[in-house]
Design a protein around this ligand. Structure first.
Ligand SMILES: C[S@@+](CC[C@H](N)C(=O)[O-])C[C@H]1O[C@@H](n2cnc3c(N)ncnc32)[C@H](O)[C@@H]1O
Length: 372
């Protein structure tokens, strides 16, 4: 939306938040779209980051850090909702938000000028788990997989084997579990077709876990963890709490992923070169390629194929087909549905085989349809 004015961006963000059940941000963004102080604050952000979600995250970050202001009463993540579901006073949340920006302008400014919005959605593991089981069940069955996650954020999805999974068949409610059932990170997904279509869910052994990101976040850093939390919406507590639980897993794990800083195209070969070449390598990425131009998306595919010339490589990605014209995503009947934003889970490999659409899934893994 490069040509949109800031007020137009706020209204558009409010509309999309509202459609997705984010009533707090919808009310705030419609309400402050013409507020001169809020717009001036937005103007301080670097052009590429000048988006309403950056200001929303900056404010949320301060509230999560304990900044005292009446706005906190409107954020479920700071103040759990009252039992009757109503906010403590009948005030207009946008007015309170604008007041927060006035009172805490000096604390917001450095966040607006230096931060970028970033998420790490472990719900996507609802697709990664069966895909990795599918890959592990192939020719290299007995060899542990090495994982290289491009655009890894805090590397949380590289800990997919420390989460518990429950797949529920939509038609009759029957369920299938996987992973350590005692995990505090519980991933639940509705299966839109038949549970029996999923691969056998034997969690594969992992040799190495490496993440690459332009701006990797350290889950053991209180500041980085709070920024990740702040980038989520304040009225989606299940998603927020799951992120918190995943961050706790990342802090406690005995095999933390190695996170590297760099560009996923330019630095792919360098980072892959640090991973033991004797076993299969899965180069994976989820909701990242949309950040690249179609030319860079094609360059990414070329880089993976070049890598496959020297070792056993699988390419696995969960991306929105509409946003990644440079990546091949064989069509499916699910793509015809316009009401749901469909993510295609695609596997190519080993070594440059024709890409196969393994599944369609919700962007955060709420549902999946596995294609046999
Ligand atoms: C939407 S987040 C997705 C994070 C994670 N893959 C997930 O599914 O939760 C996109 C991530 O890609 C990273 N990123 C964007 N462009 C990149 C690039 N050219 N090279 C490396 N990382 C990039 C961002 O820093 C961010 O952490």
């Amino acid at each position: 939306m490069p040509d949109w004015t800031l007020p137009e961006q706020f209204h558009a963000f409010a509309e999309s938040a509202g459609r997705d059940g984010g009533s707090t941000y919808a009310a705030i963004c419609h309400g402050v779209a013409d507020d001169p102080l809020v717009l001036a604050l937005m103007g301080e952000a670097p052009r590429a980051q000048r988006r309403p979600n950056l200001l929303m995250a900056a404010v949320h970050f301060l509230l999560l850090g304990g900044t005292d202001h009446p706005l906190s009463a409107h954020y479920d993540t700071v103040y759990p909702p009252q039992e009757d579901g109503r906010r403590p006073d009948g005030t207009n949340v946008a007015v309170v938000f604008a007041d927060f920006c006035r009172c805490h302008h000096d604390a917001l400014l450095p966040l607006m000028t230096t931060r970028s919005t970033q998420t790490n959605e472990v719900g996507r593991c609802a697709g990664l788990l069966p895909a990795l089981c599918h890959i592990a069940a192939g020719a290299e069955r007995d060899q542990p997989l090495s994982l290289l996650d491009l655009g890894t954020s805090a590397g949380l999805n590289l800990l997919f084997d420390e989460f518990s999974y429950l797949y529920r068949q939509r038609s009759d409610g029957s369920v299938l579990g996987a992973g350590p059932s005692t995990s505090d990170v519980a991933i639940e997904a509705t299966v839109r077709n038949d549970l029996s279509k999923l691969p056998t869910l034997v969690v594969p052994a992992v040799a190495e876990r490496v993440g690459l990101d332009l701006s990797p976040l350290d889950p053991t850093s209180e500041d980085d963890a709070r920024w990740l939390e702040a980038c989520l919406w304040p009225d989606n507590l299940p998603r927020f709490n799951r992120l918190r639980a995943a961050l706790a897993v990342a802090r406690a794990t005995s095999h933390p992923p190695r996170l590297e800083r760099g560009d996923l195209v330019d630095d792919l070969a360098r980072v892959a070169g640090t991973i033991d070449p004797t076993g299969p390598l899965v180069v994976l990425h989820t909701w990242v390629a949309a950040y690249l131009t179609p030319e860079r998306q094609r360059a990414l595919v070329d880089e993976v194929q070049t890598l496959a010339g020297s070792r056993l490589v699988h390419h696995l990605y969960a991306e929105s087909p509409h946003e990644v014209p440079g990546l091949e995503a064989p069509p499916s009947s699910e793509s015809a549905q316009r009401s749901d934003f469909v993510t295609a889970l695609v596997h190519s490999g080993p070594n440059g085989a024709v890409p196969v659409r393994l599944a369609d899934m919700h962007p955060h893994g709420r549902w999946i349809r596995w294609w046999p």
